[in-house]
Design a protein. Structure first.
Length: 42
């Protein structure tokens, strides 16, 4: 089973998709400077 983990701050959002059996991260990324000029999505 995969679990989506989200960490939301005041102007950033980080996420990871983790396989619960192997404990391996299958995807991760972040959105920084949300609602500000120069924001990024990785």
């Amino acid at each position: 089973m995969n679990v989506l983990v989200v960490n939301a701050g005041s102007s950033t959002l980080k996420y990871q998709v983790i396989d619960t059996k192997s404990h391996k991260v299958s995807a991760k990324g972040s959105c920084e400077r949300v609602c500000f000029t120069g924001g990024t999505f990785t």
